[in-house]
Design a protein around this ligand. Structure first.
Ligand code: F6P
Length: 539
């Protein structure tokens, strides 16, 4: 236990009897606890902290040697110790003029060569030069991928739809991820095989979910065209992977492959060629703006003093809530329908990175780590789970994410809708913090109409939701995750916890397909028997 940790425990005891409404009601509260980086404001004034806690959290960061840990990350040291590699997602957004040599690789040059190849692909698609098996230009692009090879591009494409250039307006963009084929089977009923291009996205090129969807897509193309697999893959598939040899063995050729590198974690990969659907949607300029926004946050993370460093502060507030306020649920609440997929994206980013209980040295972690994260478009969640936030027994920390300006050149009714969303965002943050004290009518209410408040929240307000600001926002969360991992002493860049399930599923496929001898646990055997009986009865 470090000195700062003990002091924070004492501070938690000191503040335990104080309600957030009292903490908020102090001089210069907003001025001292809101922080800006370019088009983003981070407001921590509704957190259960005071100046002393903030200083102790900053001391904790120093005690945990955060400055050198940040350097190690950005310079490409092997911070992913269990896989012995760097985690260089920040390098994917370095400008061409930068230099970074890691493990004998000229990283910046390779990154920009790939960006240039992506640009060629995007131009061919936009200009109608990428043609299907009957010579017609592509009208629909389907990304097949899962986890990091799906969630990032899906989230960004949805959020930036309005920034599509003229050239991409007629291209339909679709995402399929589910291994059971639900999304794909519906889509294949609507799409035209002659004009559909599949982007097969898989870092490992070994994910069964993705390969199963890809096999169905190939079957569909073959059935519709009567042509051979090789030719169809050549014209109707682009592969994006860090395992080119496996992609080539599957049938792709080098000309239709975009590569990235092992040092890009799956959930950190939207900035790599995995972002191809984004570039198809908002054009290469839009994609470069996204990278530039993220790069700007990288620089801020690297250079800003911790007392004004947004990712560091966001991480420290999380540490305070989780480890000193005993809060283990975190709601992500965007007040903007364009960010509908942000909660799912952050669920993977945070929980797959920091949902761990073993330290970097293999020892058990003594304190709590990543909380349970979930979320929904805020206004919709108001009609679903806010009851629990306001009157349940769980302590929850919330992130409100909202743009200050929207629809500036659009109908006034849409502008009013945005005002409505803003008012609701501010109201919810206020009621969660103050509880009943947000009421000014002085009326006594029965217990079931009372609000305790005291639920902490952060407001992240973007001046506007643009590709640049969105890039900054996502990089903010990435770095927050890293800072928390450093404080907890864990490796946020591996994901061993997902492996065993995959292995056991492989085994069970065999058991499902043949009634060979097997002896699983009674619960699994029970279900296998039920399935076999139902099959036997033709149901
Ligand atoms: O199983 C988890 C995971 O490995 C994620 O980390 C990753 O984003 C996802 O699967 C997809 O992996 P791939 O891009 O290799 O198909």
């Amino acid at each position: 236990m470090t000195q700062a940790w003990s002091k924070l425990e004492q501070s938690a005891a000191r503040l335990s009897a104080q309600h957030l409404r009292e903490l908020i009601d102090t001089d210069q509260r907003f001025e001292s606890l809101s922080f800006r980086h370019e088009g983003m404001l981070m407001d921590l004034s509704r957190q259960r902290i005071d100046a002393q806690v903030m200083n102790e959290l900053l001391a904790l960061a120093d005690e945990k040697q955060l400055p050198s840990a940040i350097k190690a990350l950005l310079q490409g040291e092997h911070v992913n110790n269990t896989e012995d590699r760097a985690a260089l997602h920040s390098a994917l957004r370095l400008p061409k003029s930068a230099q970074l040599q890691v493990d004998d690789q000229d990283v910046v040059s390779d990154v920009h060569k790939t960006l240039d190849r992506m640009e060629q692909f995007v131009n061919q698609i936009h200009q109608g030069q990428w043609r299907g098996y009957t010579g017609k230009p592509i009208t629909d692009v389907v990304n097949i991928g899962v986890g990091g090879s799906d969630l990032g591009p899906l989230m960004i494409c949805e959020a930036t739809h309005q920034f599509r250039p003229e050239a991409s307006l007629n291209i339909g963009l679709h995402f399929v991820s589910s291994m059971d084929g639900s999304q794909l089977s519906n889509l294949l009923l609507e799409l035209d095989s002659e004009t559909t291009l599949f982007v097969l996205s898989s870092k490992s090129f070994g994910t069964i979910d993705t390969l199963a969807n890809a096999a169905t897509a190939v079957d569909w193309l073959q059935e519709r065209s009567g042509l051979n697999r090789e030719l169809l893959i050549k014209q109707h598939f682009i592969g994006v992977t860090a395992a080119p040899e496996k992609a080539i063995a599957w049938g792709l050729s080098e000309e239709t492959l975009l590569e990235f590198w092992e040092w890009t974690g799956g959930r950190y990969s939207l900035w790599s060629a995995i972002g191809l659907p984004i570039a198809i949607s908002i054009g290469m300029q839009g994609f470069r703006d996204l990278l530039a926004g993220a790069h700007s946050m990288d620089k801020h993370f690297e250079e800003a003093e911790f007392a004004n460093n947004l990712p560091v502060l966001l991480a420290l507030i999380g540490i305070w809530n989780i480890n000193f306020q005993d809060i283990h649920a975190h709601a992500i609440l965007p007040y903007d329908g364009r960010l509908a997929h942000l909660p799912a994206y952050l669920e993977q980013l945070e929980m797959e990175s920091n949902g761990k209980s073993v330290g970097i040295d293999g020892s058990s972690i003594a304190q709590r780590t990543c909380p349970i994260l979930w979320g929904e478009i805020g206004p919709n969640a108001q009609h679903a789970f806010y009851q629990l936030l306001h009157q349940g027994t769980e302590r929850v920390m919330c992130d409100f994410i909202v743009p200050a300006r929207r629809y500036v050149d659009r109908e006034s009714s849409l502008q009013e809708q945005h005002q409505l969303a803003l008012a609701n965002c501010l109201a919810q943050a206020r009621v969660l913090a103050l509880g009943d004290a947000a009421l000014t009518d002085g009326i006594e209410r029965p217990a079931w109409q009372r609000y305790f408040g005291n639920q902490p929240s952060t407001v992240l307000m973007l001046d506007e939701l643009t590709p640049y600001n969105l890039g900054s926002l996502i990089a903010l969360y990435e770095h927050k995750v890293y800072v928390q991992a450093v404080i907890w002493g864990i490796n946020p860049f591996d994901q061993w916890g997902v492996e065993l399930g995959k292995k056991v599923a492989n085994d069970l496929i065999t058991a499902l397909n043949q009634s060979a001898d097997h002896q699983y646990d009674p619960a699994t055997e029970g279900l296998l028997n039920e399935i076999q009986n139902l099959r036997g009865n033709g149901q």
